[in-house]
Design a protein around this ligand. Structure first.
Ligand SMILES: [Zn+2]
Length: 280
């Protein structure tokens, strides 16, 4: 039942966004559904929330909903991508509460609701019309599109990638981070991934072993910033690209060649691209 409601809510979001200017004014969206926003100063002595912990929370009172955003003295004067997403996530909680009244009764349902709010938040910040005209014909298009959506919609890489890869079977986007294992030695951890992730066994939070094709590509990057190759995964030919963002962080993406254009200039285009510095 909840799936049908979520589908209805995503349509509602696209309607409510209408032709609003991008990036979406998330503070205004909160006001529209009757929520008040208060900014709470973080105590300097208190430690910063760890990654994954929320920096916004919603309190439901007799006078409606109040969203509290926690900021520190050194927060920038504008909302960061993360804060915009946190507020959109709280907006989704309120929307779910208003339209479905869904209250989780188990831990599993709690996580389901959190995932639903993340999906709705991503849909609010990157509405359907922002991704409607994206061309995904060339192996480079996935990352170009993600870069464009990121700038246009004011979202982080994972949110942009999630919306680009949403339901697509011929694209994979991921960020890999090199970390040192407890007993020494290094490994690559997937920070986030989007698209046909199962095919490449590339899931956010998981490690990829040294024989994974993306590990091999990442480790073969010495002085160059980017490398690409073609390989067969499943029954398809895929173009794979790994780009170095800094010493221990890589952007990796793949696109099914059959679903993309394969003219003779492809190889030189890809080779040229390997010299560019598109990712910031
Ligand atoms: Zn939540």
């Amino acid at each position: 039942m909840i799936e049908a409601q979520l589908e209805w809510l995503t349509k509602y979001i696209d309607d409510s966004v209408g032709t609003a200017t991008l990036p979406i004014d998330v503070v205004r969206k909160l006001a529209e559904i009757g929520a008040t926003l208060t900014v709470v100063k973080r105590d300097r002595s208190a430690s910063l929330p760890k990654k994954g912990l929320r920096d916004a929370t919603t309190v439901r009172g007799t006078n409606g909903y109040r969203v509290e955003l926690t900021r520190s003295a050194d927060s920038p004067p504008f909302l960061t991508h993360r804060e915009r997403f946190s507020l959109a996530h709280e907006w989704a909680h309120i929307l779910l509460d208003q339209y479905t009244g869904w209250r989780p009764t188990s831990r599993q349902e709690y996580y389901l609701r959190e995932a639903a709010c993340n999906r709705l938040a991503a849909h609010l910040l990157v509405p359907e019309r922002a991704q409607r005209n994206l061309s995904l014909q060339h192996p480079l298009d996935a990352v170009r599109s993600a870069a464009r959506v990121r700038l246009l919609c004011g979202v982080s890489w994972p949110v942009a990638a999630l919306r680009i890869g949403d339901g697509l079977e011929h694209i994979v986007l991921a960020e890999l981070r090199r970390i040192t294992k407890k007993g020494g030695g290094q490994t690559l951890r997937v920070s986030w991934s989007a698209g046909a992730t199962e095919l490449f066994e590339i899931r956010g939070g998981k490690h990829i072993g040294p024989v994974h094709v993306w590990s091999e590509l990442a480790e073969s990057l010495k002085s160059s910033k980017r490398i690409w190759m073609e390989t067969t995964v499943g029954s398809q030919r895929w173009a794979l690209v790994v780009s170095k963002m800094d010493e221990d962080r890589f952007f990796a993406w793949a696109q099914d060649r059959a679903a993309t254009d394969t003219n003779s200039k492809e190889e030189s285009k890809m080779a040229n691209f390997a010299q560019l510095s598109l990712i910031g």
